[in-house]
Design a protein around this ligand. Structure first.
Ligand SMILES: [Zn+2]
Length: 277
């Protein structure tokens, strides 16, 4: 039984050590994805501005063609005027010259305004273009960095989790299944709570009832926290905990348990419970 508890503790420590790596493996690609989204937004803005410029350029070219036609027409109207033989012919030709001149003036003004717009748009396009290039360059750099970093993190994570399957085999299937469920649940609580002499659940900070604390110290079966449902493992069964006794110690601590200062805490919390009960 103690070996099973130790295996569960080991598993929890391995997964705990891997959790930072897991977070990085999840967050770093998300960050790059967000950057890529920004770059794509800039790119589509750029494309929209280019399309507007193309449209304005086409309109200007069209108006220029019309202007040329009117200029030709004006030449013909002037010739007609000079060749007019009657007053009526002269009158008509003169009106034609006048109308054409006005049309030319209108076209010229329109072309001028289109060109002003084009000039403005080209300026902002250049600005946006350099913004885009800058963002793209930054994305490429960050992406290359992230790729390298992720490789390192993956390797570190593999190292931390090396032998996990073997450790998991030492945990009863039913316990392992529940552990995995607790571990992968989006919760602020831990799947395994290590209990030290204070007799407090590490996961939810609840003081364990005295009897439960004693049973957790004995480590004769799997217990869970009444409040947060985390598996309770006494630190004596945590192989690598800084203050954990050596692997051979737990048997001794089992005998010592009632005389250590830990049960005093437990007794205190028991007496604290008594008046309300
Ligand atoms: Zn708890």
């Amino acid at each position: 039984m103690h070996d099973e508890l130790r295996a569960l503790a080991k598993l929890a420590m391995m997964d705990g050590a891997a959790s930072d790596h897991d977070a990085e493996l999840r967050d770093l690609p998300a960050k790059i994805e967000a950057m890529r989204g920004d770059v794509q937004t800039l790119e589509s803005l750029l494309a929209a501005e280019r399309a507007q410029i193309d449209e304005a350029t086409a309109l200007r070219d069209e108006r220029q063609k019309e202007l040329q036609a009117k200029v030709d027409w004006l030449g013909a109207a002037k010739t007609k005027l000079s060749k007019a033989r009657t007053l009526r012919e002269a009158d008509m030709a003169e009106r034609e010259v006048e109308v054409t001149r006005r049309a030319i003036k209108e076209r010229e003004e329109e072309i001028l305004s289109i060109e002003e717009t084009l000039e403005q748009k080209s300026g902002s396009l250049g600005e946006r273009e350099s913004q885009f290039q800058e963002a793209k360059k930054m994305l490429d750099e960050e992406e290359a960095e992230a790729t390298a970093r992720l490789e390192v993190v993956r390797a570190e994570r593999d190292k931390v989790l090396a032998g996990r399957d073997e450790v998991a085999k030492d945990v009863p299937k039913r316990v392992f299944k529940r552990y995995e469920k607790l571990r992968t649940k989006q919760s602020r609580y831990q799947a395994v709570s290590f209990i030290d002499a204070a007799g407090t659940c590490y996961s939810c900070r609840m003081a364990l009832p005295a009897q439960l604390f004693i049973e957790v110290q004995r480590g004769e079966e799997f217990h869970e926290c009444p409040q947060c449902r985390a598996f309770l493992v006494h630190e004596a069964f945590v192989p690598e905990a800084p203050n954990a006794p050596k692997a051979s110690a737990p048997e001794a601590s089992e005998d010592e348990a009632p005389t250590s200062d830990a049960p005093a805490d437990a007794a205190e919390s028991a007496s604290a419970d008594a008046p309300s009960a």
